[in-house]
Design a binder for this molecule. Sequence first.
Ligand SMILES: [Zn+2]
Ligand SMILES: [Zn+2]
Length: 344
Amino acid sequence: MRALQYVAPGQPPEVREVPTPTPTGGQVLIKVLAAGACHSDEFLMGLPSEALSMPLPLTLGHEGVGVVVELGPDASGVEVGEEVAVYGGWGCGRCRTCTTGAEQYCERASELGIRPPGLGNPGAMAEYLLVDDARHLVPLQGLDPVAAAPLTDAGLTPYHAIKPVLPTLVPGTTAVVIGAGGLGHLGIQMLKALSSSRIVALDLGEDKLAFAREVGADHAFTSDDSAIEAVREVTGGRMADAVLDFVGMQASTALAARMVHAQSEIVVVGVGDGAVPVGMLTLPYNVRVRAPYWGTIPELHEVLALARSGAIRVETETFSLDDAPTIYERMHARTLRGRAVVVP
Ligand SMILES: [Zn+2]
Ligand SMILES: [Zn+2]
């Protein structure tokens, strides 16, 4: 089969011929219908070889949707022909954390060498994908595969970040979203659907701000120091009850820290070098700061249900497997609109 592989550090990924896998034990083989491209692929390919913690070549893709074509001898719970989304945050399935469905925080993953598809294990940007266990497959139930693929990460990650804050986002409150890109544009739609907060989006460039308003932001401002005054004005001086930072760089986390009041929450979601110092003299009292990762299996069911209800929609652009290397060139040049999805 053909697969998009990251072969050598610093080199662009290539489409290569690799053996089609056969499921053994409890594994399930799916024929890939759609695979989303993520900024973390680009992040990983930008790492120097000594910082790369996984063997190469690596088949990319941690946002996969497909149809079940073959079950290993011990696999059960799914049927051949069933369309499924792949939950990518693989864990052991048995530790205390995994039993809550939060396998992305598995207590034994590093000890057991368990890695997500596309981030250590062969990923979804290929004609076929081997899934380690049927419990990592969530039925699509009629969702379009291309629209559903990005939901497994670009949808699940903001949902996991936002869900714990929802009880505080009552009428009269304000949620600030920094970064209205792949994850942020879904975060805005989720806040719109699930909370009564005023939603303020911050990004750079008029096209990004217009996009944020289009998907549901009540206000959209340029993401620089001027945003602090803008947020003060629209909140009547109260500032934000929650700030969701989908950028995660120093400039954005510093901005987040200046937009909260006592007891607000800052959630750093973007993968970057940003940090929010916590201390009696650095933040208003009792501000909570979290840096969550990906999402849980039950939350993936919830995200897909939200998409089925029509409340969230992913902006996508599709590519063939042969054209997949160009995705990362365009991602680097920031010319992608919405999420790039490979249809093998
Ligand atoms: Zn990702
Ligand atoms: Zn575990």
